[in-house]
Design a protein around this ligand. Structure first.
Ligand code: GDG
Length: 480
């Protein structure tokens, strides 16, 4: 098999399902990335390389042969239990994640985690080298795989390689702490195009390359000694706006959103937060801000409720377990102090839901509260806007989410400033229909014009224009 477009991402876009007969099957997990890239993958011969979940040492049923789900070709890369601990939970989520998110939590540095990161990146690069056709385009995704571009180029100099970082790229002052900073930068420099969410991330990267690796740079270009150039550019990611709009007008979803309002006791206003349970998302501070508004009498629990959905995430990582305990305790205390019978101040759900339920929640909510301390983009904010087909509803959005660059008409807040957040929540709560409509219409225009299809097309078209000498004379190196 050889593919002319290869997507390389930590996860495959499928979930493993076990049928009633115990047979293992796959179900496509709907995500923006898949829907954006699918048409491109179908148009040519595409393949998606990624980890299917589970540990390969305990699931011998998992073959590494490519397979098809809904017409998409998928090539699984297995991880062992030790690699899940060291590469995934360790280096990716215990070292890189906090450093790339402004040190919201303390990163841990362990040399064996790094060794595992190198080993897994090698495995992904080798798989891509095997499956890519001569001169193919390979698009590598995210912080778990930053060494893949360089490793892959060494194996297959004929390929066109793009890399996209979904999370922020940190300023040099923070990145510098990484004992493996140079290796990571050189890993990324294996790509022809390195994409970031925001211009700031691209600028941080170019500055670091100049300072730490010593290459010449000019604006968004890095000049390598071997004559190649690497572009570093922002490509703010988006959502399948039309898809969400369609979902939000589906009769079943509309009915469900009314049912949610009824189940909550028909409050005048519903506040909503939906986040992976992650310390970067600012869940704790936002609930405190809301609780203080209730305590001070600005909001009455007969009139309003805060629905917080916290989607379980990285539960094996210590910091995530501690966060869950902290939030459990806070919600218990707030409801104990401020709730009345049948009227909790906070309706807290620690679960994940189907897309239809998410859309029903977005439809039901009057004030969407998205207050991360740092976030590459934040798709939840954009999904809320897409689902507000009635051009109403308020968005309270952190200045430190990438989405704030585009959604200027949201109530923008500094999530570290509790009083500022309280003021914005209250303003959004009291805003009249005219004000809400003015803001929401403008945001909906932005989301429609720049959807995930436009994002993927623009990345691939800039990558297609890169004029590096892709050495066709070099035979693809294949492993024996
Ligand atoms: C990373 C970056 C960047 C959530 N819960 C459920 C569910 N979701 C879906 C949402 C949304 C996605 O997951 C979450 O995306 P976010 O952007 O909000 O946040 P991260 O997971 O941290 O994503 C982020 C993103 O990558 C893309 O580049 O924006 O900055 O951190 O689409 O709808 N979907 C379903 N059930 C759930 O319970 N079906």
């Amino acid at each position: 098999m050889s593919a002319d477009l290869v997507i390389v991402a930590n996860r495959l876009p499928v979930d493993r399902v076990t049928g009633p007969d115990g047979q293992v099957g796959w179900r496509r997990s709907p995500g923006g990335l898949v829907s954006a890239i699918e048409p491109v993958m179908r148009a040519g011969s595409g393949v998606w390389i990624g980890w299917p979940g589970g540990a390969s040492d305990e699931a011998p049923a998992l073959s590494t042969e490519p397979f098809e789900v809904d017409g998409m070709r998928l090539a699984p890369v297995g991880l062992t239990r030790a690699e899940i601990t060291e590469f995934y939970e360790g280096f990716s989520n215990g070292t890189l994640w906090p450093i790339y998110h402004d040190l919201v939590a303390k990163p841990e540095f362990h040399r064996e985690w790094w060794d595992s990161y190198v080993a897994v990146n090698n495995r992904f690069a080798e798989r891509a080298a095997e499956l890519a056709a001569e001169g193919a385009t390979v698009w590598v995704h995210d912080y778990q795989l930053q060494l893949v571009p360089q490793l892959l180029r060494a194996l297959r100099p004929d390929l066109r390689i793009g890399f996209y970082l979904h999370i922020p790229f940190p300023p040099p002052e923070l990145f510098q702490q990484l004992p493996w900073r140079r290796q990571l930068l050189e890993g990324l420099l294996g790509a022809d195009l390195v994409g970031f969410q925001l211009p700031g991330g691209a600028a941080n990267f170019v500055r670091l390359v100049r300072q730490r690796v010593g290459h010449k740079t000019h604006r968004d270009l890095v000049y390598l000694p071997d004559g190649r150039t690497v572009r570093a550019e922002p490509f703010p990611i988006s959502i399948d706006a039309a898809g969400f709009e369609a979902l939000a007008t589906d009769a079943g979803v509309v009915a469900r959103s009314l049912e949610i309002r009824r189940a909550l006791g028909e409050p005048r206003r519903i506040f909503l937060g939906i986040d992976r349970l992650d310390y970067t998302k600012g869940i704790y501070a936002r609930l405190r801000a809301f609780a203080e508004l209730v305590e001070e009498g600005h909001i009455d629990v007969e009139d309003a409720v805060f629905v917080q959905v916290a989607v379980p995430s990285r539960e094996q990582v210590e910091q995530y377990r501690l966060l869950r305990d902290d939030i459990d305790r806070l919600v218990g205390r707030i409801n104990g102090d401020l709730g009345r019978i049948g009227r909790p101040a906070i309706s807290y759900l620690h679960a994940s839901y189907p897309r239809e339920e998410m859309a029903a929640l977005y439809r039901a909510a009057d004030v969407m509260v998205v207050t991360p301390y740092r976030d590459g983009m934040n798709l939840v904010a954009k999904e809320y806007v897409a689902c507000r087909v009635g051009e109403d509803g308020a968005l309270v959005l952190s200045e430190f989410a990438g989405a704030a660059d585009e959604l200027r008409q949201a109530w923008l807040v500094n999530p570290y400033d509790i009083n500022g957040m309280k003021a914005a929540l209250l303003e959004a709560y009291n805003a009249d229909g005219k004000e809400l409509g003015r803001r929401m219409r403008a945001m909906r225009r932005t989301i429609r014009q720049h959807d995930v299809k436009a994002w993927a097309d623009s990345f691939l078209s800039v990558l297609g224009e890169v004029s590096n000498p892709h050495d066709k004379s070099v035979r693809p190196a294949r492993r024996s």
